[in-house]
Each structure stands twice: as structure tokens, then as C-alpha cells.
Ligand binder design. Structure first.
Ligand SMILES: Cc1cc2nc3c(=O)[nH]c(=O)nc-3n(C[C@H](O)[C@H](O)[C@H](O)COP(=O)(O)OP(=O)(O)OC[C@H]3O[C@@H](n4cnc5c(N)ncnc54)[C@H](O)[C@@H]3O)c2cc1C
Length: 338
């Protein structure tokens, strides 16, 4: 029996998570992942990969909680297995500090991470410019390791990969029965979504093995995230900025801001500098539509627009996308399934 041919476009953390979920859960599908760039050349590769999230305005909070919880549980299991070093997933503890007490002192994910509590006055003394803080243990998923690991898992489940820029979805409609769009910022051109836009982020990798705990300013612009091989220090959040080159002014400002939070960073060597464009949108788009492509109706499942939270939500939204694909299986013409 020939299977239903599914194309997943995108090889970032969202594309690979989605492709793995479909290939493992839906054995009647043969899944091909197509992408213009693969690891180490995706946005996902440079993300610090710390799991927490801001609230999206128009998505029911229960759905956002599920996305976060499913991702957290999936990555927690990896962090506690023999796969942890190869997959680049580890537990990470630290604090998020605020100059003013935020409106939401207990974010929706506070009971999904571990040991969440507010900081004491004594703990806050270390940060004289900040009035309020949260301490918790979450996960860090380093996509430069996690993506190759997911790719192996995908091929073990029978998935195929192909390097290809997809110029429009029509190109895929004769070879595939269902298309899954995980092209991130690429969706602007690929499906003409004017809402998706870049939020530029610059980070540095520094050598500071003595740092074990993360520190994040609640404004999201300054952070120190110790990782497996180096410490990520950042950053910037520049809306609508498409520049991929390193900005020396940003580098200086990142080092100044981070050193103010953690003075010992003045002794750290800079190993690398990296820029990525967050695929941002008012809300991520995780839904399906039927598109008329070259005279036939093709189910298209979208999963993109995760902004600065793609690593934190990838597995949860991938499970949703897989369920949407599974619904499509009942609707595509019978001959595709035979
Ligand atoms: C500095 C920085 C720090 C971050 N830190 C965190 C963090 O700590 N925690 C967190 O959760 N998130 C973080 N993020 C956000 C996270 O990186 C993104 O949300 C996530 O990488 C998005 O994944 P994606 O798979 O949607 O997109 P991408 O990783 O950009 O992948 C898109 C894929 O689609 C392919 N593609 C696009 N168009 C086409 C086309 N036409 N044809 C074929 N292929 C196409 C690309 O080649 C690529 O393979 C950070 C981002 C930045 C920039």
C-alpha cells in the first residue's frame, strides 16, 4: 500500500519537531522535509534555547500552557536520559529580574517549570537596579546539537530530507498530498503573510565556565545563559530589522549591560558573535487551510511565527500540527491513500 505523501517545509526547531511527530505518530504517511537551509544555518541554531515564554494575546491560555507543557515534558525526559549530551538538552537554574514589579508576577508557566518562587530582598541585593525577581529551574535546549539529533530520529522513523528552496506551494502540489509549512520568517514570501516580521537578535558566546546560573532582565534585552560549551550573553530585540551582520555598537552595549549584571564577565573571552531574526507574529499560526494549487485542493497545515519562543513551544505546536495532519488524512481523495 503506498502512503500519503507529506511535505514539511523548514528545518528549524519547528520543522524538525513537526516532521518527527508526524513520522512517528502517523505510519500511513511518508514524510519528506524540504528546506533551503539546515543546521547550523537556521535561526534556531543560535537561540539560547531557554524554556520560558511570554503570553500571545489572542490564543487561549490553556492552549499556550499545553504547548509549553508538552515541550517541557518532552525535553525534560531527554535531559534525564542518556541522550542528553548528544541532544544538547540540560536543566538550567537562575533568575529573571525586573526594574519595576511586573503586572504578571506569576507567569502562566510558573507551575510547569520547577521550584518557581519570588526572590527575597537579600537575593535581590545583588542587583541594585532591580526591584523584583523570580527564581526557577527550567531547561536549556541547544539547537546546534538538538537539530542534528532530531534529524537522526526523523530518519530512523523513515523520514527523508531534501535541500531545496520552495518558491511557492504550487511546486509541491504534484508530488505531495499534504503540505506542512514550518518556514518561519520564510512564510512572509512563501504564503504571502504580511504579519510575519523579523525581530533581530544579536548574541555573543563567551568563555566563562565559572558561571552556572542564568540571569535574565525581564525586558528581554539583557541576559546571561550558561550552556554546555560556553555562555550566551545578549542581546537585542530590534523590531522589523533585517540586518544579519554583526553590529559592533550592539556588541559593546551587550558586554556593558551584561557586565553590569555579572561583573566577572569582564574577565571572559568572546568566542563568537551571532545574529538571528526571530520569526515574529502577533500570534503563532498553527492551523490548517485548504488551498487550491494547480487545479486541486491541497490541505496545508501551518506552524510558524513563534517569535522569541520557538524552542520553548516547538514540541507542543508540533503535536498540534501532527493532529491537524491526521485530520486531513480523512479528507484527501481516496486514491492518494491507496
Ligand atoms: C538571539 C535569539 C535568541 C533566542 N533565544 C530563544 C530562547 O532562549 N528560547 C526560545 O524559546 N526561543 C529563542 N529564540 C527564538 C527561536 O530561535 C525561534 O523562535 C525559532 O528558532 C523559530 O524556529 P523555526 O523553525 O520556526 O524557524 P527557523 O529556525 O528560522 O527555520 C526556518 C526554516 O525554514 C526554511 N525556509 C524558510 N523559507 C523557505 C523556503 N521558501 N523554502 C524552503 N525552506 C525555507 C529555512 O531554510 C529554515 O530551515 C531566540 C531567537 C534569537 C534570534
Amino acid at each position: 500500500m503506498s502512503s500519503v505523501r507529506v511535505a514539511v517545509v523548514g528545518a528549524g526547531v519547528v520543522g524538525f519537531s513537526t516532521a518527527v511527530c508526524i513520522a512517528e505518530a502517523l505510519p500511513s504517511c511518508s514524510v519528506t522535509l524540504l528546506a533551503e537551509t539546515f543546521s547550523p544555518d537556521t535561526t534556531s541554531d543560535g537561540a539560547a534555547g531557554i524554556l520560558f515564554a511570554a503570553k500571545f494575546p489572542d490564543i487561549p491560555l490553556e492552549r499556550q500552557r499545553r504547548w509549553f507543557k508538552d515541550t517541557f515534558d518532552h525535553l525534560l525526559a531527554i535531559s534525564q536520559s542518556e541522550n542528553s549530551p548528544e541532544a544538547g538538552v540540560m536543566l538550567s537554574s537562575g533568575c529573571q529580574i525586573f526594574r519595576e514589579v511586573p503586572e504578571d508576577t506569576k507567569p502562566y508557566w510558573s507551575d510547569l517549570v520547577m521550584g518557581f518562587r519570588h526572590m527575597t530582598d537579600r537575593e535581590l541585593k545583588r542587583f541594585p537596579d532591580h526591584k523584583f525577581g523570580q527564581i526557577f529551574t527550567t531547561l536549556k535546549c541547544e539547537c546546534s546539537s538538538y537539530l542534528p539529533w532530531l534529524e537522526k530520529r526523523f530518519s530512523k522513523a523513515g523520514g527523508q530530507v531534501q535541500q531545496k528552496k520552495v518558491n511557492n506551494l504550487q511546486e509541491l502540489s504534484s508530488s505531495y498530498d499534504i503540505i506542512v509549512n514550518c518556514s518561519g520568517l520564510g512564510s512572509k514570501a512563501l504564503v504571502g503573510d504580511a504579519e510575519v516580521h523579523p525581530v533581530r537578535g544579536q548574541v555573543l558566546q563567551v568563555d566563562a565556565p565559572w558561571l552556572q546560573h542564568f540571569i535574565r532582565d525581564g525586558d528581554g534585552k539583557t541576559y546571561i545563559f550558561p550552556g554546555i560549551h560556553s555562555v550566551t550573553v545578549g542581546g537585542t530585540r530590534q523590531e522589523g530589522d533585517w540586518r544579519l551582520g554583526v553590529d559592533e555598537g550592539d556588541t559593546k552595549s551587550i558586554l556593558e549591560r551584561c557586565t553590569r549584571l555579572e561583573p566577572s564577565l569582564s574577565k571572559a573571552n568572546v568566542l563568537a558573535t551571532w545574529v538571528g531574526l526571530r520569526p515574529s507574529r502577533r500570534n503563532p499560526r498553527v492551523e490548517r487551510e485548504g488551498m487550491q494549487l494547480q487545479g486541486k485542493r491541497v490541505p496545508v497545515v501551518h506552524n510558524y511565527g513563534h517569535g522569541g519562543w520557538g524552542v520553548s513551544l516547538a514540541w507542543g505546536t508540533a503535536l498540534d500540527a501532527m493532529r491537524l495532519v491526521s485530520q486531513c488524512l480523512y479528507e484527501i481523495p481516496l486514491q492518494a491513500k491507496l
